[in-house]
Design a protein around this ligand. Structure first.
Ligand SMILES: Nc1ncnc2c1ncn2[C@@H]1O[C@H](COP(=O)(O)OP(=O)(O)O)[C@@H](O)[C@H]1O
Ligand SMILES: [Mg+2]
Length: 440
C-alpha cells in the first residue's frame, strides 16, 4: 500500500499555497506603476503552476514531504524575491509575502528553520533593493530584516514548545491506557482467583466428606473379595471380577479425594536434611510397575554431587510424582521418561522429560491453573500442587517443549543454608553406580 501524506504535512502544504496566492492577490489591490504591473500576471501564473507541480510531487512521494518542503522553501523565497525586485525593490510592498513564508516555516519546522528563513528573506530583500535604482532607505530595509528574523525565531520557539507538550500528552495518554489495561487484567485475575478459591473450598469440603466412606467401602470390598475367594462356585469367578473392578474404582476415587485435599490444604513444608537422589530412586521404584504396564521405559540420571540439603521429603516426593505421572500418561507405548537431578547455581534441579507429543500451544497458558485438565479423568490439580510445593520451598517449577520432542518439567529448589554438607551416603552410592543409564 502506498504511503499517504500525513494530515499535518497536508495542512501545511495547502496553507502555504493558499496564503501565498491569497497574499499575492491581496497585495495586488494596491495600485502598481504600469512598468511593474506587466510582470504581475505572468509571475502569478508561474507561481500557481509551481504550486500545482509541488502538490503532484507530494502526492506521489508523501514519504519525502519534509525534504520537499525544505527544498521548495528556497523556491518560494526566490519567487517572492523576483516579485519584489520586479515591482520596485525596497519600495515594493510585496516584501510582506516574506513574512508569510517566515511565519509558516518557522511554525512548521521550529526556531532553526524559522530564523534561517528570516535571514534569507532579509538578504533577498536587501538584494532586491540593491538591484533597483533608486534604492529605498537602508534603515527601512534593516528594520524589516530584523522583524523577519525575530518572527521566525519566536514563532518557531512557540511551535516547538507546543509540539513538545502535545507529544508529552500523547505519551501520558499511552501510559494511562497501559495502566488501565493492567488494572483490568489484575481485576480479571482477582476475580478468577476468588472463583478458584471458592471452588477449592467446596471441593475440599466434598473430598473431606467422602473420604471416610470411600475408605470404608474399600475395606469392605477387600473383605468381600476374601469371602468370595473362599467360596467355590461357578458364579464366584464373575463376582471376583466385579469386585476387582469396584476396588480399582474405589482406589481411583481415594486418589482423587486425596489430591483435592492436598490442593486445598497443602501442609507447610517441614524441611529436613535429606538426599534428593535417594528420594528420586525410591519414587522411580514406586512408579515402575505403572510404567511397565504402559510399556514406557524409565531412565534415571542423578547428579552424584548434590549434597544433603534441607527439603520436605513428603512434599517434594509428591511434586515429582505428579510430574512423573503426567510424563508417563503423555508418553506413547515404547516411549521413555527420563528423571534427572542436577546441581546448578546453588539450586537443585529435578527434571522430568518425556517422549510424548509435548505441550500444545493452546494449553500452555493454562497448565498451572487448578482444575485445568485435558484428560477425561484428570483433576487438573497435579501441576498446581507441584508448583505450590516448589514455591513452598522457595523454588519454581518451569517447563519447556524439548527440541527432540516431548515435554520437560523442571523443579528448581534452592539449596538453602543447610545444604553445604558433604554428599550423603546414598549420593555416594549413586556416584559409584553408573549414572544416567537406562533403567526401565
Ligand atoms: N508431560 C506432559 N506432556 C503433555 N501435556 C502435559 C504434561 N504434563 C501436563 N500436561 C498437560 O497439563 C494438564 C494439567 O496437568 P495436571 O495439572 O497434572 O492435571 P491432570 O494430569 O489431572 O490433567 C494436563 O491435562 C495435560 O494437558
Ligand atoms: Mg496430572
Amino acid at each position: 500500500m502506498r504511503a499517504r501524506l500525513d494530515p499535518d504535512a497536508l495542512a501545511f502544504s495547502v496553507l502555504r499555497g493558499l496564503t501565498m496566492i491569497g497574499g499575492l492577490a491581496a497585495l495586488s489591490i494596491v495600485p502598481l506603476r504600469l512598468e511593474h504591473e506587466i510582470h504581475l500576471l505572468p509571475l502569478l501564473g508561474a507561481f500557481i503552476a509551481y504550486k500545482a507541480a509541488l502538490f503532484t510531487l507530494l502526492f506521489f512521494s508523501p514519504e519525502h514531504a519534509r525534504p520537499i518542503f525544505l527544498a521548495t522553501l528556497g523556491t518560494d523565497l526566490g519567487i517572492v524575491f523576483i516579485l519584489v525586485w520586479f515591482t520596485g525593490g525596497g519600495e515594493s510592498h510585496f516584501y510582506l509575502l516574506f513574512l508569510i513564508l517566515v511565519a509558516l516555516n518557522g511554525y512548521q519546522f521550529g526556531p532553526g528553520i524559522g530564523t534561517l528563513a528570516g535571514v534569507l528573506s532579509a538578504g533577498l530583500m536587501a538584494l532586491a533593493n540593491l538591484l533597483v535604482v533608486p534604492a529605498a532607505p537602508w534603515s527601512h530595509i534593516a528594520a524589516r530584516a530584523a522583524l523577519f528574523a525575530l518572527l521566525g525565531l519566536a514563532l518557531g520557539h512557540i511551535a516547538r514548545r507546543e509540539r513538545w507538550a502535545r507529544a508529552e500528552i500523547e505519551r501520558i495518554n499511552a501510559e494511562l491506557r497501559a495502566v488501565l489495561a493492567d488494572l483490568e487484567a489484575a481485576k480479571d485475575r482477582a476475580l478468577r482467583a476468588e472463583e478458584l478459591a471458592a471452588a477449592g473450598r467446596i471441593s475440599a469440603r466434598m473430598a473431606h466428606e467422602v473420604r471416610s466412606p470411600i475408605s470404608a467401602i474399600g475395606l469392605n470390598v477387600e473383605m468381600l473379595e476374601d469371602i468370595v475367594g473362599s467360596c467355590p462356585g461357578p458364579s464366584m469367578g464373575d463376582a471376583a471380577d466385579l469386585l476387582r473392578g469396584i476396588r480399582a474404582e474405589v482406589k481411583r476415587l481415594a486418589g482423587l479425594t486425596e489430591e483435592y485435599l492436598t490442593f486445598a490444604r497443602l501442609p507447610r513444608a517441614r524441611p529436613e536434611d535429606d538426599s534428593v537422589n535417594e528420594m528420586v530412586d525410591e519414587l522411580l521404584a514406586f512408579v515402575r510397575p505403572e510404567a511397565q504396564k504402559r510399556d514406557v521405559a524409565l531412565e534415571a540420571a542423578p547428579d552424584p554431587l548434590i549434597p544433603l540439603f534441607s527439603f520436605d521429603r513428603d512434599l517434594l516426593r509428591r511434586a515429582v510424582l505428579n510430574l512423573l505421572k503426567n510424563a508417563i500418561e503423555a508418553t506413547p507405548r515404547r516411549g521413555r521418561v527420563r528423571l534427572a537431578t542436577r546441581l546448578c547455581d546453588g539450586r537443585v534441579e529435578v527434571a522430568v522429560a518425556d517422549s510424548g507429543a509435548g505441550i500444545d500451544a493452546r494449553h500452555a497458558s493454562h497448565l498451572f491453573e487448578p482444575f485445568y485438565t485435558t484428560k477425561p479423568r484428570g483433576t487438573g490439580l497435579g501441576l498446581a500442587i507441584a508448583r505450590q510445593i516448589a514455591e513452598e520451598h522457595g523454588g519454581t517449577l518451569t517447563w519447556e517443549n524439548a527440541r527432540e520432542g516431548g515435554a520437560r518439567f523442571v523443579l528448581h529448589i534452592p539449596l538453602g543454608t543447610l545444604g553445604a554438607g558433604a554428599p550423603s551416603a546414598a549420593v555416594q552410592a549413586a556416584s559409584a553406580a553408573p549414572s544416567g543409564g537406562a533403567r526401565s
